[in-house]
Design a protein around this ligand. Structure first.
Ligand SMILES: *Cc1c(COP(=O)(O)O)cnc(C)c1O
Length: 380
């Protein structure tokens, strides 16, 4: 089956007990044993639950992986995956990853003896120079948040294979609709399903897809042990959202392209970050490794914090809110919102300045979106 069909049918046929077309919400903590030592496949909902299984099967199919796992949040998924490592292990991580990822690694996991190097992953040399005898993992976000930097997965996986490192890709921004990291040899894909996979800003969730059975059993062990799994209702919502993922991504990308092009020509805009623009440093790699450029657009506004505040107060269709990936267009200010947990000096160093604004372009009529930006930029 092709991608669009998988998004609708990968969960499998109708419910075996009732014929329900849509997987029911199995809102139960426990399952009655058929006999001593014999279940019908489920015993306790932390371990596994049929509604969750339906979502897990779908995400695994879309990513082309061996097995999928659904988590309470994207951060729960990340916390579980990082526990594949242990004390003394070293991780090389992108320097402009999601702020919460940075906080989990830097403020929590270092306390348990893990070590991290945060660096720009655009050059083979820079990555190889950071490898130590204790390095175990490359943690990659592409396109990254909020600068939309692109990591060349062929290069990264090549380095990882040579040095025996595990590769993890946070595929939240591109989604499997536009990028399938496992096809490039990546070991583990993580998602915040809160974003595009669910797509409607009404659930928080996470997912992990593994490329091997061995990694799948280790992730299942950790999920069950740590209890980081998603609730049946949240899984049901994400499953519903995923059915329209391909068509949402296509239209949101079209809207984002129009928005990025408009901003790129605007005199009050210093710089636009969108991988679909030829001026973007990762454009050629993105065009090669992705099927689309996504619907996140960041830009720097001229005129410092006064312009930023004025713009953020004037937008009407774009809502001033964290998060992204839904049908509603959102705007946010990384320095004071999504990336506030990053120390200012580090933030400025990686290019997340106070003048940077991030847009999640939604499904509204694109003319309304561009007109909204036009009026908000009008007299900043
Ligand atoms: C939002 C986000 C996360 C964290 O997911 P939550 O569902 O908010 O816990 C991780 N990575 C990226 C790229 C994100 O955008």
């Amino acid at each position: 089956m092709r991608f669009e069909t998988l998004a609708i049918h990968a969960a499998g046929g109708p419910d075996s007990a009732t014929g329900a077309l849509i997987p029911p919400i199995y809102q139960t903590s426990t399952f009655v044993f058929e006999d001593v030592g014999r279940t019908r496949g489920y015993d306790y909902s932390r371990t596994s639950n049929p509604t969750r299984s339906a979502l897990e099967k779908t995400v695994a199919a879309l990513e082309g992986g061996k097995a999928g796992f659904a988590f309470a949040t994207g951060m729960a998924a990340e916390a579980t995956v990082i526990c594949l490592l242990g004390q003394g292990d070293h991780v090389i991580c992108g320097d402009d990853v999601y702020g919460g990822t940075y906080r989990l690694f830097q403020s929590v996991m270092t306390g348990f003896g893990l070590e991290f190097s945060f660096l720009r992953m655009d050059e083979r040399r820079r990555i190889e120079d950071a490898i130590r005898p204790s390095t175990k993992m490359l943690w990659i976000e592409t396109p990254s948040n909020p600068l939309l930097n692109i990591v060349d997965l062929e290069m990264a996986v090549g380095i990882a294979r040579k040095h025996g490192l595990m590769t993890v890709v946070d595929n939240t921004f591109a989604t499997p609709c536009f990028l399938r990291p496992i096809e490039y040899g990546v070991d583990v894909v993580v998602h915040s399903t809160t974003k595009y996979l669910n797509g409607h800003c009404d659930v928080v969730g996470g997912a992990v897809v593994t490329s091997s059975d061995e990694l799948a059993s280790r992730v299942q062990f950790l999920l069950n042990t740590m209890g980081t799994c998603a609730s049946p209702f949240d899984c049901w919502l994400v499953l519903r959202g995923i059915k329209t993922l391909p068509i949402r991504m296509k239209q949101q990308e079209e809207n984002a392209t129009a928005v990025a092009t408009y901003l790129n020509d605007h005199p009050k805009v210093r710089r636009v970050f969108y991988p679909g623009l030829e001026s973007h440093p990762g454009h050629d790699i993105a065009r090669r490794q992705m099927k689309g450029f996504g619907a996140m657009v960041s830009f720097e506004i001229k005129g410092g914090s006064e312009s930023v505040c004025s713009f953020l107060r004037k937008v009407k269709v774009f809502a001033l809110a964290e998060s992204l990936g839904g049908v509603d267009s959102l705007v946010e200010h990384p320095a004071t919102m999504s990336h506030a947990s990053m120390p200012e000096s580090i933030r400025n160093g990686v290019g997340i300045t106070g003048e940077l604004i991030r847009l999640s372009v939604g499904l509204e009529n694109v003319d309304d979106l561009v007109e909204d930006l036009e009026q908000a930029l009008g007299d900043v």
